[in-house]
Design a protein. Structure first.
Length: 291
């Protein structure tokens, strides 16, 4: 049942906004998005975003160290929908959502196995990361994967230069000093990664804390290639390979590859992990955005 456990792994690396690949307008969508006085919700099919705000909304301006508004997110809200397959068989889905309110970014992820699969091995994973002023302050994950259960929390004390890890099911509480920063959880770390300059052949490194361990995570930018979008032809994409060995979200064997669009938005269009038999693939199907 390792295949189903990989649902959580794949989903966490998939939450970034889409801005640059235009598709049909979502004005006629049956799904109502959040309402606000400053913007409106839009949706898009696989391939990009339906522009809701004019010509200037389809591109990002980078500032500082390459980070966007509030450090990691431009829009007020975005939600991504993924379908997950094993050897072409539908095995589950994931939704990932980022909500930005006055410099406070909350990222949530949910992963669910398909009903047929759930009869044998049910997966229900919920994870959230809270980012304030461009740095993580809290990460919480609750997992139900077959008989496996977890409930863990990580608190980031930037001023005190320490991290507190809590495993509620095992009764573990541990503190770690932070000598070098910044340190990310696995979700906010991916958000930060997509703001960086990617170049084929280069390797990037991030400091990531996960499952009571401080890890120096490497991300190898393998190549740039074309990837197909249904109904959109092919677009340029970077293929990146994160290397993170831990007992938390990434407890698995085999390489993970992520296809990120070659434009500034770095939209994840495909995530792939090989297993002992075949491979598990997550494909982006739909996006909702509120500005």
């Amino acid at each position: 049942m390792k295949i189903l456990r990989l649902l959580a792994v794949i989903s966490i690396f998939s939450l970034v906004p889409c801005h640059s690949l235009p598709v049909r307008s979502a004005a006629a969508s049956d799904e109502a998005g959040p309402s606000s006085s400053s913007g409106r919700a839009v949706t898009c099919d696989k391939g990009g975003v339906a522009d809701a705000g004019g010509a200037g909304d389809s591109s990002h301006s980078l500032s500082g160290h390459g980070k966007r508004n509030t450090g990691l997110l431009r829009d007020a809200k975005e939600k991504l929908y993924f379908d997950i397959y094993w050897m072409g068989i539908y095995v589950g889905n994931a939704t990932l959502e980022g909500v930005n309110q006055g410099g406070r970014l909350t990222i949530t992820s949910e992963v669910h196995s398909a009903p047929v699969i759930s009869v044998l091995y049910k997966v229900e994973d919920h994870a959230s990361s809270t980012v304030v002023d461009g740095r993580p302050v809290e990460f919480r994950i609750r997992q139900r994967e077959g008989r496996y259960r977890s409930d863990k929390e990580t608190l980031f004390d930037r001023a005190g230069r320490k991290i507190t890890y809590i495993d509620y099911r095992k009764g573990i509480r541990a503190e770690h000093e932070v000598n070098k920063g910044p340190v990310w959880d696995v979700i906010s770390g991916f958000y930060y990664l997509r703001t960086l300059l990617l170049q084929a052949g280069k390797t990037l490194s991030l400091n990531v804390f996960d499952s009571n361990k401080m890890l120096k995570t490497e991300v190898h930018v393998l190549r740039k290639e074309k990837i197909a979008f249904p109904g959109k032809g092919k677009v340029d994409a970077f293929v990146v390979k994160p290397v993170l060995r831990t007992e938390g979200l990434f407890k698995h064997k085999g390489d993970m590859l992520i296809w990120l669009t070659g434009d500034e938005s770095r939209v994840p269009v495909r995530v792939e992990t090989r297993v002992s038999i075949g491979k598990v693939v997550a494909e982006l199907k739909r996006i909702e955005i509120a500005r």
